[in-house]
Design a protein. Structure first.
Length: 375
């Protein structure tokens, strides 16, 4: 039932009610004015394949690209995406529209999370302005968000939207899966990469990284941001130029729900079904097995079904990946799984994650937990 009520007349002598849209516009304007100086243009020159016309073979040539970044402290450190600086021969940063660019050093890169840290000399920048980092774990679906960046070279473009989804997965530049990604309908386009996704208080909750284009080249209202908590967890190492080492299990998994459990006659209606095991990986050495039977649902059936790590229930492949991420290379973990109807336990000694994934993840981001996550 919908009640359509006319507004009550204002009392004599009282001030008219404030226009909510005007209030919202004013708050956005104030926030953008405050944080925009912290959003920079990242100018990258490098070498890569260049199409010289038609269907001719690609040749290697000099390329220039423009992306975004965000200043995170007064010492001149800037966060952007790893894919922005991949293959870069020269990186510079511009702090104002049509302003002079300042040389930037790539201090650290983590291709597993698509995060990179740049460093500029703060003495060469007037009024270096930082931006507060928020807590992405507190984001809720429906929260208002703001994206600021340089799409198609248009400096400090502002778009607004909401948090459309949480705990998405996208494929990192090295083929592994980035978990807990924030989905937004705020317009994100080429050039926004590396720019901030802000909450209503102007705090960074994500670094804009990817979009789904529906076959085109621009935004269709589905964008993804690496959660800022992921960035904060590795920021100190990347600033110091250190590599980020992660524990590695070596499996590709598929989420199990009640429908899939019924279709595959599984013993439980939750968990992470192993669909592939990387040869000579920790999982392989511990005897974990993948399925070999293709199904009409596109799922490989017959693999081990992981339901717990170190005694803690893992109802999804995200939970397994997060449990592995809490460990270091060399740690031992206890994996509980079903093989058919038999419940088993094995101890796995985790290795250091390789530079690139042998088995490509789904990179879909779209269903918040489909197949393809590789811890």
């Amino acid at each position: 039932m919908c009640l359509l009520l006319a507004p009550a007349p204002a009392r004599a002598g009282s001030e008219p009610a404030a226009d909510p849209l005007r209030q919202f516009s004013a708050s956005i304007e104030a926030l953008v004015t405050r944080v925009s100086p912290s959003v920079v243009q990242v100018l990258v020159t490098g070498y890569g394949p260049v199409d010289e016309g038609g269907n001719a073979d690609l040749v290697v040539g000099k390329q220039r690209s423009l992306a975004s970044g965000v200043i995170v402290d007064a010492d001149g450190y800037i966060v952007t995406n790893a894919h922005v600086v991949e293959g870069a021969d020269n990186v510079a940063v511009s702090f104002s529209e049509n302003g002079e660019s300042v040389p930037a050093e790539v201090k650290g890169v983590d291709r597993s999370t698509d995060v990179a840290v740049l460093k500029v000399d703060p003495s060469k920048v007037d009024n270096l302005t930082t931006i507060p980092l928020g807590d992405s774990s507190k984001a809720q679906v429906g929260d208002p968000v703001i994206a600021i960046g340089n799409p198609f070279g248009l400096s400090r473009t502002v778009t607004t939207g909401i948090v459309s989804g949480l705990q998405r997965q996208i494929q990192a530049p090295n083929g592994f899966t980035i978990s807990n990604v924030i989905q937004t309908d705020a317009a994100i386009n080429p050039g926004n990469s590396g720019g901030p996704l802000l909450d209503a208080n102007g705090r960074v909750i994500g670094i804009n990284s990817q979009i789904q284009t529906g076959g085109g080249q621009g935004s269709v209202g589905i964008g993804f941001a690496v959660p800022i908590n992921t960035v904060k967890n590795e920021l100190s190492k990347l600033r110091a130029g250190e590599s980020v080492e992660r524990a590695y299990l070596g499996v590709q998994m598929q989420r199990v729900d009640s429908q899939l459990a019924e279709d595959l006659n599984l013993p439980v209606d939750h968990g992470a079904l192993i669909v592939s095991v990387t040869p000579d990986s920790p999982a392989d050495k511990a005897g974990l097995q993948a399925g070999r039977t293709g199904t009409s649902q596109g799922v490989t059936a017959g693999g081990d079904l992981i339901v717990a790590v170190d005694g803690q229930e893992t109802r999804t492949e995200d939970a397994v990946a997060n449990a592995i991420a809490e460990h270091k290379p060399g740690d031992s973990v206890e994996i509980t799984y079903y093989r058919g109807n038999d419940k088993k336990t094995t101890t796995v000694t985790l290795a250091k994650r390789p530079a690139n994934a042998d088995t490509p993840g789904s990179g879909s981001g779209g269903d918040g937990g489909g197949g393809g996550i590789i811890p």
